[in-house]
Design a protein around this ligand. Structure first.
Ligand SMILES: *[C@@H]1O[C@H](CO)[C@@H](O)[C@H](O)[C@H]1NC(C)=O
Ligand SMILES: *[C@@H]1O[C@H](CO)[C@@H](O)[C@H](O)[C@H]1NC(C)=O
Length: 319
């Protein structure tokens, strides 16, 4: 046998082996793929489910923003709640529905299967989301994993125009370790669709209103390696009513009285005591309202300046 013949035969053998094992078997009188054939797939949980390891596993991601749980200006952290949907291709979980009693979809525990290591780069806390232990597997090997994610993400919050501020936070999704040779990541829905779904389902957003979700796919290069990443920008806007009612209106009212007090005769004892009372009122108001105002190391809201300068004004004009 010549070496070329041998290589052809071994190639054929290899092909038949990969053909035999890339499909689940089914039995007469048994609904869905047999447990033995699935167990064989579970045993290979540690290995990326690709027939040819030179081909990357395609992973698609989409999410719906379900709640904005909190914005912490001091620690620069945004807490949101997402419904995350991951799709990927499992090339060994393939069967023929005609042979398998017409079953086209089964659910399997995700722990028993290989899953892509998708992370959010901005995540800065422990994942305390409820576990979602099952995935749906289509007969074509298409896996869908729906899970909830309580995302605690670092975000550069700008509070200068508080309480009329808008925040733009970034969520970057990607595989932490697998380069584009092994895992490709792309969005499962268009960014417009994700934005629309989020606006429809956003339930508990408290003082925040979702303006838009924008996105972009790109490739992160680091040395010779490249990673697929999807960057989302979640733009949220503060609903200012609370602050206008509790902060701006009383503050303006005090200022107005302060200005009107100039009409009192300058040397009357009444004016001095009135101004003193006003300053006292201001101070108490400041103390009460202090924790309502956000503060960060890299900025102060403009209304804090305004408030402070109004206090200063009333000091300097007190005789
Ligand atoms: C695996 O895929 C690569 C690239 O698509 C191809 O060059 C190679 O021949 C394939 N290997 C096998 C064993 O099919
Ligand atoms: C996943 O992404 C790839 C590449 O963008 C696309 O061809 C494929 O149709 C997507 N699959 C799903 C289920 O969205």
């Amino acid at each position: 046998m010549s070496p070329s013949q041998r290589s052809i035969i071994s190639g054929l053998l290899l092909m038949s082996v990969s053909l035999c094992c890339s499909k689940l078997s089914c039995k007469e009188g048994h609904s869905g793929p047999t447990h033995e054939s699935m167990q064989a797939v579970f045993d290979r949980e540690a290995f990326r489910p690709a027939v040819n390891l030179s081909n990357p596993t395609i992973t698609n991601i989409s999410f719906t923003l379900y709640a904005v749980l909190g914005v912490n200006e001091k620690t620069q952290i945004l807490t949101t709640f997402l419904w995350l949907r991951l799709y990927w291709q499992h090339e060994f979980l393939v069967w023929d529905p005609d042979e398998c009693d017409g079953v086209i979809k089964i659910s399997l525990p995700v722990k028993k299967l290989w899953s892509p290591d998708i992370i959010v780069y901005e995540f800065v806390d422990d994942d305390v989301s409820q576990a979602c232990p099952y995935v749906y597997v289509n007969h074509t090997g298409h896996i869908r994993w729906d899970r909830m994610l309580r995302l605690v993400s670092a975000c550069n919050l700008k509070i200068f125009s508080f309480p009329f501020d808008m925040q733009n936070c970034t969520f970057t999704f990607g595989s932490y370790m697998h380069t584009i040779m092994d895992v490709r990541v792309s969005p499962a829905l268009t960014f417009q669709e994700m934005s629309r779904n989020s606006k429809r389902y956003l339930e508990a957003s408290g003082e925040w209103e979702l303006v838009d979700i924008l996105g972009e796919t790109s490739i992160l290069k680091f040395g010779v390696d490249e990673w697929d990443i999807i960057t989302f920008w979640v733009v949220i806007k503060r609903r200012p009513v609370l602050y206008v009612v509790n902060l701006l209106i009383p503050s303006s009212f005090l200022m107005l009285i302060d200005i009107l007090s100039f009409y009192l005769p300058p040397h009357s004892v009444d004016r001095a005591s009135f101004k003193m009372t006003l300053i006292l009122g201001y101070t108490v108001f400041l103390l009460i309202m202090n924790d309502l105002l956000p503060s960060t190391a890299n900025g102060t809201p403009i209304i804090a300046f305004w408030r402070r300068s109004s206090l200063r004004m009333s000091f300097t004009t007190t005789p």
